[in-house]
Design a protein around this ligand. Structure first.
Ligand code: FAD
Ligand code: EPU
Length: 350
């Protein structure tokens, strides 16, 4: 590939739409040092299509980035890093019990949660999760007893391998715990352009999660009060990436068989266990990490957070290798004491 071919002017876009050799440190919440060969933002579907055509013509790799709050950025991202600058929210339909609203991928997730109450309810427990609407189906974001899958009608986007616009129903998306079709068969093949949500017209709060149970007594609880309570809980445990770089939970909570969970409980009777359908049990990775002594401990520029051992933080000067070294050390300690595998939640980017 000649470097001449890679000049952004060939995209036929204005210079403000595409940048070369872009610093990605501010585009990932772990603040890992990285550069993108090209960095483009699309503001309309035609603009997206023209970037895709140019990328295909020149056989460049392409990856789409949201807020960078769930990625492990590699130091050099070759080809095009694409971002959605589309930010419309459009109510579509209303049947008295539900309202359907289409939200562009580039909308900030928390802004959408706050705005959603204009049309309906269901997203309150997902307040303050960083990132964009477009990324929310990728790992089926979840918190405090709710997953985004509960409110998704369908996902719209462009499938690069077929060059077709496509609509995936919630069923097609095969949502699971921190999982979807977009992490498997369709990994890196889909550019989600918007998500259609189905919101309930009746506020039926989910208050099963421990610290929320006290709100069950409050019969006049409003959606605003629930959002405020969620924000308070999150701020007390989770570091703000603006001051302490992190990507939220660094590992998923491991799913094991009932039998494994029972046998661990015999040895560790205080271990938290969340019993699941299909003979499975979810363990609390934060608890496991704390037990093996990594809470508040680190290596080089990376550390497991003092208030929440599941959150890996950096001091802003960590390299990807520093993060990986800590990941391996923590995984090894948990494996050797509990024989449980911890799988990272953030995905490699680049
Ligand atoms: P990015 O990190 O930019 O991207 C994540 C992945 O999605 C990448 O593979 C990317 O290629 C892909 N992607 C992004 N946009 C698109 C698109 N338009 N089309 C196709 N693919 C796309 N997660 C939870 O589930 N629950 C939590 O409670 C939670 N708390 C967090 C707290 C903190 C402090 C932090 C830093 C993170 C937390 N997270 C949580 C993780 C993260 O916020 C979510 O995974 C979020 O959805 C990532 O959004 P993003 O826009 O930053 O995606
Ligand atoms: N715990 C410890 N020590 C710790 C951390 C946790 O003992 O250092 C114990 C807690 O006492 C509790 C249990 O572990 O008994 C679970 O902790 P918590 O309620 O804080 O939730 P979590 O399992 O650590 C998960 C999600 C979060 C989500 C919260 C709230 C995963 C991987 N993480 O965390 O999601 O916000 O529940 O629902 O499922 C994310 O995905 O990035 C994320 C932040």
């Amino acid at each position: 590939m000649s470097s001449v071919l890679r000049k952004p002017v060939r995209l036929g876009l204005t210079p403000s739409d595409i940048h070369t050799n872009t610093d990605l440190r501010l585009h990932n919440t772990l603040s890992l040092p990285a550069k993108a060969e090209f960095f483009a933002t699309f503001h309309s579907v035609p603009e997206l299509l023209s970037i895709l055509r140019w990328t295909e013509q020149h056989e460049l790799p392409l990856r789409i980035l949201g807020g960078g709050s769930n990625v492990l950025m590699r130091p050099l991202v070759s080809g095009v890093v694409l971002r959605s600058g589309m930010r419309a929210i459009q109510p579509l339909n209303n049947d008295g019990s539900h309202c359907w609203v289409a939200v562009d991928a580039g909308v900030n997730w928390h802004d959408w949660v706050v705005a959603s109450r204009t049309w309906g309810f269901g997203l309150e427990n997902l307040a303050l999760i960083p990132g964009t609407v477009g990324a929310s189906p990728i790992q089926n974001i979840g918190a405090y007893g709710v997953e985004v899958a509960d409110c998704i009608e369908h996902v719209e986007g462009i499938q690069r391998s077929t060059q077709q616009w496509h609509r995936w129903s919630a069923n097609d998306c095969r949502f699971g715990y921190r999982d979807s079709l977009f992490k498997h068969e369709l990994a890196d093949d889909v550019i989600i352009t918007r998500v259609v949500f189905r919101l309930s017209k009746h506020f039926q709060p989910t208050l099963s999660y421990g610290p929320l149970q006290s709100l069950q007594e409050q019969h006049d609880l409003t959606p605003e009060q629930l959002v405020d309570a969620i924000c308070r809980i999150r701020r007390s445990k989770l570091p703000d990436p603006a001051s302490i770089p992190n990507a939220g939970s660094f590992f998923k909570n491991p799913l094991v068989s009932n039998q494994v969970a029972q046998s661990l409980l015999q040895q560790y009777p205080t271990m938290p266990v969340y019993w699941q359908p299909n003979n499975q049990a979810k363990l609390a990775a934060g608890w496991l990490i704390e037990q093996v002594g990594w809470r508040g401990r680190g290596l080089s520029h990376a550390k497991m957070h003092d208030q929440q051992a599941l959150v890996l933080t950096t001091d802003g000067n960590a390299s990807l290798a520093d993060v990986e070294a800590l990941q391996v050390a923590v995984q090894g300690a948990v494996m050797s004491q509990f024989s449980v595998t911890l799988e990272p939640e953030p995905q490699y980017f680049g």
